[in-house]
Design a protein around this ligand. Structure first.
Ligand SMILES: [Zn+2]
Ligand SMILES: [Zn+2]
Length: 542
């Protein structure tokens, strides 16, 4: 059963259940869309597992991207199952768990491509896949009902940065054993052809390092370790030193260097504080914030809020990442402000400084051809991606009934030669807002939206229930509706209205009066301003 990542891009999570045994694959987070006001991020709804806590045998992680590990700390607060991850992925998880101060209570196992691990009735075989982060795996899971292959995020890059292509031999072997179900990455199912190799980025980096007249600031995701390696390699040829800005970038590169996944010669690495001592042409700064995130380095540079770094004339900024849908506004805002401060900025397609880490149509077909699965479940993608993936498989001759286009919470049952799509379990988004996890639901989101649209007005007055009237002047408080000093007239009329509406039959309960006042004020404000602020009244009994 998919619990996340189907019908959306992000927060990937799938469970495999047999008898009294469950394994969980990935526990990712997702960035909020711009209408989800105040939400920091979103995690999967794993309510289905809450009654089955002791059945969860293991959590298997495919790779270290946040949409696969970002919810793990939250998950481990509820479930005490061992986590399996490759060395680099484990390193990234440890960085997260350390920050949450929960690292020492957790059971983490390192697995590697080629291992065979027995967990309850399952045999798990991680195999190497190419993706935009090293040490990514897909999973072959042999269950009593048959072999399931979970592709993870993958592409067939024949010249990857780390020289380690997707393990086609293992895929062929799975194919010869017979695959019951393939769960495959659909992120790029709408992209024709094959995804270009990471190697094509070298040209883009070469050109920009040669042509940038001063400092070069390259922003990307801190988890794109391969991208960081490419920048380092090209910088070395151009005699530029590397400085690293942003906490997650510093932590991740340090960890990846220690584990040997990132090769930066010691003499190339300089501290941010040393940047000014070098001629600008000898500097590359690797920074976070390519999505325009408020706390990212790029935004702090754009707003001149960074403690040691400031944009200066001659700076060149390169955004080497794809802007996640929903983040465009923020990212473009940051880009505009960087231009304003005098930097030259390269971004998007014109910069040619990003290639996707996900398989395009020809590669998806290749995977299906190699595995010849009995059933296909498109995973990782919005509905349009999942449907596109299903169409590709159908073109290859798979029957429509053998392809399950489903969204999160749909259980799929495999037995014998049959696949059944069961009744959907309730689930959806779990919002994380500061330290509130799940307390913020759709209702709160709607209220925030209303507040954001027209602001609020609050009327407060001392009220005497026995007399059925107010016993003092009402106060009107507003935020985000009108600017009070410019609206004296309007607010004075509103006070009069409160006074007259709150004069009622003796003995009327304050709550009844509040309702009347709210209704009257809402109507009045709409008549006068054609806007509908959120109106609340408080009749304080004396
Ligand atoms: Zn990924
Ligand atoms: Zn992913």
């Amino acid at each position: 059963m998919p619990l996340g990542g189907l019908g959306e891009v992000g927060k990937n999570m799938t469970i495999v259940e047999y008898g009294r045994n469950i394994i969980v694959i990935d526990a990712g987070m997702m960035f909020p869309e711009s209408d989800m006001l105040g939400v920091d991020y979103i995690i999967p709804d794993w309510d289905y597992l809450r009654d089955k806590k002791d059945l969860v045998r293991a959590i298997l992680i495919t790779h270290g991207h946040q949409d696969h590990i970002g919810a793990l700390a939250h998950f481990l607060k509820e479930f005490r199952a061992p986590v399996y991850a490759t060395r680099l992925t484990r390193g990234l998880i440890e960085v997260d768990l350390k920050r949450e101060r929960m690292l020492d209570q957790m059971v983490l196992h390192t697995y590697a491509a080629g291992d065979v691990i027995h967990i309850g009735p399952f045999t798990v075989e991680p195999y190497h896949v190419c993706h935009s982060i090293p040490d990514s795996v897909g999973l072959g899971i042999t269950t009593p009902a048959g072999l399931i292959v979970h592709s993870g995020d993958f592409k067939f890059d024949h010249s990857p940065v780390d020289g380690w292509p997707t393990d086609q031999d293992k895929l062929a072997e799975f194919g010869s054993r017979g695959v019951l179900a393939l769960l495959s990455d659909s992120t790029n199912a709408d992209q024709p052809g094959s995804t270009p190799s990471e190697a094509v980025l070298n040209d883009a980096f070469e050109t920009i390092m040669r042509e940038a007249p001063g400092r070069l600031i390259i922003a990307t995701f801190s988890s794109l370790i391969s991208r960081v390696q490419q920048v380092v390699n090209v910088a070395q040829r151009h005699n530029r030193k590397i400085a690293i800005a942003g906490r997650s970038m510093v932590e991740n590169t340090e960890m990846a260097r220690e584990l040997g996944y990132l090769d930066i010669p010691g003499e190339m690495l300089i501290k941010l504080e040393q940047v000014d001592k070098l001629p600008p042409r000898q500097v590359v700064i690797l920074a976070t914030g390519s999505q325009g995130e408020p706390m990212g380095v790029l935004n702090r540079l754009a707003t001149n809020n960074h403690h040691s770094l400031h944009i200066q004339d001659g700076d060149t900024v390169l955004l080497s990442s794809h802007t996640i849908p929903g983040n465009e506004e923020m990212a473009f805002g940051v880009i505009n402000r960087l231009f304003q401060r005098g930097a030259d900025v390269y971004y998007g397609d014109q910069a040619q400084a990003h290639v996707s880490g996900h398989a395009s149509q020809e590669e998806l077909k290749l995977l299906i051809q190699m595995l010849r699965p009995r059933f296909l479940v498109p995973i990782h993608g919005e509905l349009r991606h999942l449907v596109g993936h299903a169409k590709l498989a159908h073109e290859l001759g798979m029957a429509k009934g053998d392809i399950a286009v489903v969204e999160n919470g749909h259980p799929l049952t495999f037995g014998g030669e049959r696949m059944q799509i069961g009744k959907r379990v309730p689930g959806g988004h779990v919002f994380v807002d500061g330290s509130l996890v799940g307390e913020i639901g759709p209702l709160v989101m709607r209220q925030r939206d209303e507040l954001a649209q027209s602001g609020f007005v609050m009327a407060v007055a001392p009220y005497d229930r026995r007399a059925g009237k107010m016993v003092g002047p009402p106060r009107i408080i507003t935020r985000g509706f009108v600017y009070a000093p410019d609206a004296e007239e309007l607010l004075a009329q509103a006070k009069d209205l409160v006074r007259s509406t709150a004069t009622v039959k003796r003995g009327t309960a304050p709550s009844k009066v509040e309702e009347r006042v709210e209704r009257a004020l809402s109507e009045f404000f709409y008549q006068e301003t054609k806007r509908r602020p959120v109106v609340t009244a408080a009749m304080l009994e004396v």
